[in-house]
Design a protein around this ligand. Structure first.
Ligand code: PAF
Length: 292
């Protein structure tokens, strides 16, 4: 892992804190002054999707904290933890330019001391789709997000709707554990051809990048045809085939569901979303759209 220590750039205003005690000191000083706090949890490699969360926090709260922590507990043994993109220096510069007040960038030992044992699981909603294909993923996400919320006690925390199931797992966890925070979902930010922004898009070769946009097109096709009354199971079968023929190497799932339980719908009942996860080469893409 590359650790960049920012010492020379005197124009950087953002405060960088690496300890929970330092974070708590700062939060309590803001609280004493009656200021509201927004939290934007990230794993770094920031793009316009993250920046839209940051902007929403800055626009709706007095102080914004962004966290930067690549959480090993949400990566499976065969996933991309070791080569997940990391560039703290450029993340710091971008967050500073946006006007973020504090970056919390703890070490692994600060978040998970050697004797760390607790896990938070959200069965039901966390057991389907991403929960099937990325075993342990939601336990890792729920555990780290609960810790970050308890460490910073924000009024609001901001998450992207690209990871729609993650957003609802976090909402359920916060409700069940009575964590006093508002979870705000923010719209997906897309490239001009529709590809949803993701830190992992960096892995795509030029040819894979062209193919990648077909996932979004596929979700739209399913949505349109479901609205026209076509049978969902047939639409999904046809769309999986089309994605595989257009260069995707594997389709983990395509599904129409509601956001209550993320169970697949056989017949369209609105509100509903189409969600998909598929592989282009070695890169796994996920995306979703609301059917409306
Ligand atoms: O969506 C992400 O980037 C991560 O899952 C999160 C919420 C920061 C937890 O590590």
């Amino acid at each position: 892992m590359r650790i960049v220590i920012i010492t020379s750039n005197m124009s950087i205003q953002i405060e960088i804190v690496r300890t929970i005690s330092g974070l708590r000191r700062k939060v309590s000083s803001w609280r004493k002054n009656g200021l509201s706090i927004g939290l934007v949890p990230t794993m770094g490699a920031l793009h316009n999707g993250h920046f839209s969360l940051v902007k929403q926090s800055i626009n709706t709260t007095d102080k914004t904290i962004t966290t930067l922590f690549v959480n090993p507990k949400q990566f499976g043994p065969n996933e991309d933890l070791t080569f997940y993109p990391r560039d703290e220096a450029s993340d710091v510069e971008a967050l500073d330019a946006l006007g973020v007040d504090l970056l919390f960038a703890p070490s692994l030992a600060e978040v998970y001391p050697v004797d760390f044992a607790t896990e938070i699981s959200v069965p039901g909603i966390g057991d389907v789709m991403e929960g099937v294909f990325r075993q342990g993923f939601f336990i890792g996400v729920a555990t780290v997000v609960a810790k970050l919320l308890i460490q910073s006690l924000p009024d609001r925390a901001f998450f992207g709707e690209k990871d729609l199931q993650q957003l609802y797992v976090i909402r359920k966890m916060v409700t069940d554990l009575d964590i006093p925070v508002e979870i705000v979902g923010c719209p997906i930010i897309r490239e001009s051809d529709g590809l949803a922004l993701s830190s992992r898009n960096i892995y795509l070769s030029a040819d894979e990048r062209i193919c990648a946009t077909e996932l979004y097109r596929g979700l739209n096709q399913i949505s349109q045809r479901a609205l026209n009354g076509k049978q969902i199971s047939i639409l999904i079968k046809e769309e999986k085939k089309r994605l595989l023929n257009s260069g995707f190497s594997k389709v983990d799932y395509l599904a129409v569901c509601n956001t209550q339980d993320f169970k697949e719908m056989a017949c369209l009942t609105k509100p509903a979303h189409v969600l998909g996860a598929a592989w282009v080469g070695k890169t796994r893409l996920i995306d979703n759209i609301q059917i409306c």
